[in-house]
Design a protein around this ligand. Structure first.
Ligand SMILES: [Fe+2]
Length: 415
């Protein structure tokens, strides 16, 4: 039976496109707008593109849009390839990150801390299985990824704070966990469905399993790798992908994992996949992977500030990374990401706890006096309310020789 809602637009669509007429109230993030059909007033919206956030839906409502034609073939799926060309008119608003949280940070931190520990233990187990080439029960990491997304739903700041708490020897375990957390936030920010966010986060959790097959002296080498060492290092993608192909992990997830070192200019590895042939999930994974690697403290290097990492991500776009997605990622985490350290105008250090309203005035926990070089009784300040202090700049803990982990355990974590 022909569906009366499926309409064709003559030469504008090919035989395989499915153009469906909907009302503005039916529009949700993830849909691809083919054409605005009916609109009140004189302001005309003409752009085509994917709806990436609820804010955009609201903007279209405010602009008087009443009915639209959507292309159901282009609705967002995890294996999607084209993104740059179609999201440009639909950049999600930074306010997306400032929605009210379902539970307080303090409450969620208890659960998130346990989840974080669990995540490291599961990652360790997976790596051991990959090392021994024995199968693992995929329902365990899948259930974990879903729990992780639920925590981000309740209060995204709790797990984001925990991404900053690192043990130098646990890089391999923490990196994949952090990438999963970052992707859960990023996917939500872009207005992806719950299922898409779970899949994306799951891909992040599994993306570097092949690294366990790389000899430690190469994996943890402080300096630059030689060409032959680099060739060995590059093998981690294939090891991981080959292993995962023997499991029942969905092919689009494995595709995204296989693409996390590809570059848009085709100079990446292992396949040299280029441009739009790299899936959107693969591009998002590449950004989160690089950001976490740049900001991580390692045995041999101090992690850089988020601001410096953001500038490197931007300078790597569009040759390597998808520029629009990098911009979205930065908007998602905010100018001063949750968990990062800032120097205040009163010469005190604080950790960013929550972004509310303007990204320049988050809620922070003040805990250290730079002038007197000593710890203070921690105190929360909402910089959007207390106008007597402001952020001078983003800093890293090693600049002041302070131990953030100890501070966190004492003053922030209640788990
Ligand atoms: Fe990797």
């Amino acid at each position: 039976m022909p569906n009366s809602n499926i309409i064709a637009f003559g030469k504008q669509c090919c035989a395989f496109e499915m153009i469906k007429k909907i009302t503005i109230d039916q529009l949700i993030p993830g849909m691809f707008v083919h054409q605005i059909l009916e609109q009140k007033g004189t302001l005309s919206v003409k752009s085509q593109g994917r709806v990436t956030s609820n804010d955009l839906v609201n903007t279209l409502k405010k602009q008087g849009v009443k009915t639209l034609a959507i292309d159901t073939e282009k609705a967002f799926k995890i294996g999607d390839s084209a993104s740059s060309s179609i999201v440009k008119d639909y950049l999600a608003s930074p306010n997306e990150a400032a929605k009210p949280h379902l539970v307080t940070l303090e409450k969620e931190l208890t659960r998130a801390s346990k989840l974080h520990e669990q995540g490291k233990a599961i990652q360790k187990l997976l790596l051991e299985n990959v090392q021994k080439e024995t199968p693992f029960d995929a329902s365990i990491p899948k259930a974990f990824s879903n729990k992780l997304v639920e925590s981000v739903d309740r209060n995204p700041d709790a797990l984001l704070c925990l991404t900053k708490i690192r043990e130098k020897d646990d890089y391999l375990l923490e990196h994949s966990l952090n990438v999963a957390i970052l992707l859960a936030n990023f996917g939500k920010f872009l207005g992806m469905s719950d299922e898409e966010v779970q899949d994306l986060s799951y891909a992040g959790f599994l993306h570097d399993l092949g690294k366990i097959k790389i000899p430690d002296e190469i994996l943890h080498k402080p300096g630059r790798l030689t060409d032959s060492e680099m060739d060995i290092m590059k093998g981690h993608v294939k090891y991981g992908v080959d292993y995962l192909k023997e499991t029942d992990i969905a092919p689009p997830l494995i595709q995204a994992i296989s693409e996390h070192h590809e570059r848009l200019d085709g100079l990446g590895y292992p396949a040299g996949t280029k441009g739009n042939d790299i899936s959107q999930a693969g591009r998002m994974l590449a950004i989160a992977d690089m950001y976490d690697a740049l900001t991580a403290d390692r045995v041999y290097k101090v992690g850089m500030s988020s601001q410096k990492a953001f500038s490197i991500l931007m300078s790597d776009a569009p040759d390597r990374l998808d520029k629009l997605l990098v911009q979205q990622f930065i908007k998602c985490l905010g100018v001063y990401p949750v968990g990062s350290l800032v120097l205040l105008s009163n010469e005190r250090l604080a950790m960013v706890l929550e972004q509310k309203g303007s990204p320049l005035t988050p809620i922070v926990k003040v805990f250290y006096s730079v002038r007197n070089s000593h710890y203070l009784t921690p105190k929360d300040i909402d910089l959007s309310v207390d106008k007597t202090v402001s952020i001078t700049k983003a800093v890293i803990a090693s600049d002041y020789k302070i131990d953030v982990n100890a501070f966190f355990e004492r003053s922030v974590s209640v788990g």
